[in-house]
Design a protein around this ligand. Structure first.
Ligand SMILES: Cc1cc2nc3c(=O)[nH]c(=O)nc-3n(C[C@H](O)[C@H](O)[C@H](O)COP(=O)(O)OP(=O)(O)OC[C@H]3O[C@@H](n4cnc5c(N)ncnc54)[C@H](O)[C@@H]3O)c2cc1C
Length: 391
C-alpha cells in the first residue's frame, strides 16, 4: 500500500492551503460578525478562489474543469475548511451538483449551461431536497405515497408546474442554478414517484423566502426556496420521470457524503493545531500546560481522532473510486468523523481554559462550525440506518 499523494494532489493541497491561509483566516471572523446577510456573504473571497480554479474543480479537464477525483476533492475541501467551513461548504455544494449535472445532462442542456458555469466566477449551484415536512425521509426513504418529497411537479403540456417549499438549502439565494427534487406521482412511493429538475432564479413563481441565521458556517448561506405555480419547461428536467431516486443513487452518490465530511476535518484540525500552540506557551504551575498530563492527554486524543478520521475518509474515498464499493464505508465515515470533529473541537476549547470560551479566541467558532456536520448532509442517525443495511 502506498499513501503518498500524487504531485497533482500535493499541488492542489498547497494551492488550497495558501488560499485558506491568506484569503480566509485573516478575514473570516470579522466577516461573520456582519449582521446583514447580503453584506456578509463573501463574494470577493469566493471569486478569488474561483480565479484559482477551485470552483470548477470537480468536472473533467476535457470540458474545462479541474478534473479532481473524490480523494483530491477531500484533500482540497479539508484545506479550505481549515480556513473557513462555510466557504468550503459553498464550494463543495457546487462541486457535487455540477458533477451530478455532468452525468445527467443531455447535450442541449450541457450546451445551454456549461459555458456560463465555466465563465462566471459567481456561478454557484444548490440542491433542494429538505422541506419543512421532509428531512431524514430523503436519506432513509420509506416506501409509501404519503412519505417523502411533497413539493409537486404536475405536467402541463410541454411544461411542469411546481408548487411547494424547500428549506435550509445551502447556497440558497446565491446560486444561479438549482437542482430540485419534486413529486411527480403522488400515488406511489419515492422510488418511482420523484423527478429532478433544474430551476433558475429568474423563473416566475420561484422566490427566496427566509435567509436562515445559523450558529456556525456563517459564511455560507442557507435559505428557503418557495415555488408558487412555477412553470418549468420539460427541457429543464434532468432525470427520467419517476427516476429521481435511481439517478441519485448511482456511482455519483458515493463521493457526495465523503466529500462533504472531509470539509469538516478542516476546522477540527485547526482547533487541534491552535490548542497545541496554546498549550506550549500558556504557563501554569510553573511549566507550559502541555507538560501537565491532563492537558497532554487531551491533545493526544485530538491527534489520534483527527488522524483516524482523515484516514477513514481517505480510505472510503479511495474505495469509492473503485469497483465493489461498500456504501457503509462512506456513511459510517461521515458519522464517525463528524462526531470525532465535535469531540476534538470541544477538547481544544477546554485546553484554552476560560479564554477558549471568549469570542476573541478562535475556539468557539471551530465548535460552532463542526457541530453542523452532526446533521448536515444527513443526520448521523440516518447515516447509521443507511449503513445497517450493509452490515
Ligand atoms: C448547515 C446545513 C446545511 C444544509 N444544506 C442543505 C442543502 O443544501 N439541501 C438540502 O436539501 N438540505 C440541506 N440541509 C438540511 C439537512 O439535510 C436536514 O436538516 C437533515 O437531513 C435532517 O432533516 P431535519 O432537519 O428535517 O430533521 P428530522 O429528519 O426531523 O430529524 C430530527 C431527528 O430525528 C431523527 N430521525 C428522523 N427520522 C429518523 C428515523 N427514521 N430513524 C431514526 N432517527 C430518525 C434524526 O436523526 C434527528 O435526530 C442542511 C442542513 C444544515 C444544518
Amino acid at each position: 500500500m502506498d499513501f503518498t499523494l500524487t504531485e497533482r494532489q500535493l499541488e492542489l493541497q498547497k494551492l488550497a492551503h495558501d488560499y485558506a491561509k491568506n484569503e480566509l483566516k485573516p478575514y473570516v471572523r470579522e466577516r461573520e460578525r456582519i449582521t446583514d446577510p447580503a453584506e456578509r456573504f463573501p463574494w470577493d473571497i469566493l471569486e478569488t478562489g474561483s480565479r484559482l480554479g477551485l470552483r470548477t474543480l470537480s468536472i473533467p479537464e476535457e470540458i474545462g474543469g479541474g478534473g479532481a477525483d473524490i480523494l483530491t476533492l477531500c484533500i482540497v475541501g479539508e484545506e479550505i475548511g481549515w480556513g473557513d467551513l462555510g466557504v468550503a461548504v459553498t464550494f463543495d455544494q457546487t462541486w457535487k451538483i455540477i458533477h451530478f449535472l455532468d452525468i445527467v445532462w443531455n447535450e442541449a442542456q450541457r450546451a445551454k449551461f456549461l459555458p456560463a458555469f465555466l465563465e462566471d466566477h459567481h456561478f454557484h449551484l444548490a440542491v433542494g431536497m429538505t422541506e419543512p415536512e421532509v428531512g431524514s425521509e430523503n436519506f432513509i426513504p420509506e416506501e409509501g405515497p404519503e412519505l417523502g418529497v411533497r413539493t409537486s411537479a404536475v405536467r402541463d403540456g410541454e411544461d411542469w408546474i411546481i408548487n411547494g417549499k424547500k428549506h435550509y438549502i445551502s447556497n440558497g439565494g446565491i446560486a444561479k442554478l438549482y437542482v430540485l427534487v419534486c413529486r411527480t406521482d403522488p400515488t406511489v412511493g419515492v422510488s418511482q414517484g420523484v423527478t429532478y429538475f433544474m430551476v433558475t432564479p429568474d423563473m416566475e413563481g420561484f422566490s427566496i423566502g427566509k435567509i436562515h441565521e445559523k450558529m456556525g458556517q456563517q459564511l455560507s448561506q442557507n435559505a428557503e426556496l418557495i415555488f408558487e405555480n412555477c412553470r418549468v419547461p420539460d427541457d429543464y428536467r434532468v432525470t427520467a420521470v419517476g427516476g429521481g431516486v435511481a439517478a441519485r443513487s448511482g456511482p455519483f452518490s458515493r463521493g457526495s457524503v465523503i466529500e462533504s465530511a472531509a470539509t469538516n476535518l478542516g476546522p477540527a484540525r485547526a482547533a487541534y493545531e491552535d490548542a497545541l500552540e496554546f498549550a506550549k506557551t500558556r504557563i501554569q504551575g510553573g511549566k507550559p500546560i502541555i507538560e501537565h498530563q491532563g492537558v497532554g492527554f487531551m491533545l493526544a486524543d485530538c491527534f489520534v481522532e483527527y488522524e483516524a478520521s482523515r484516514q477513514m475518509l481517505h480510505y472510503a474515498a479511495w474505495r469509492a473510486m473503485r469497483d465493489n464499493y461498500d456504501p457503509k464505508l462512506g456513511y459510517m465515515a461521515k458519522a464517525y468523523t463528524s462526531e470525532a470533529g465535535f469531540r476534538i473541537a470541544t477538547r481544544a476549547l477546554e485546553v484554552w481554559g476560560g479564554t477558549g470560551y471568549m469570542t476573541e479566541a478562535p475556539m468557539e467558532k471551530y465548535l460552532r462550525d463542526v457541530i453542523s456536520f452532526l446533521h448536515s448532509a444527513g443526520t448521523n442517525q440516518a447515516q447509521r440506518i443507511r449503513a445497517m443495511k450493509y452490515l
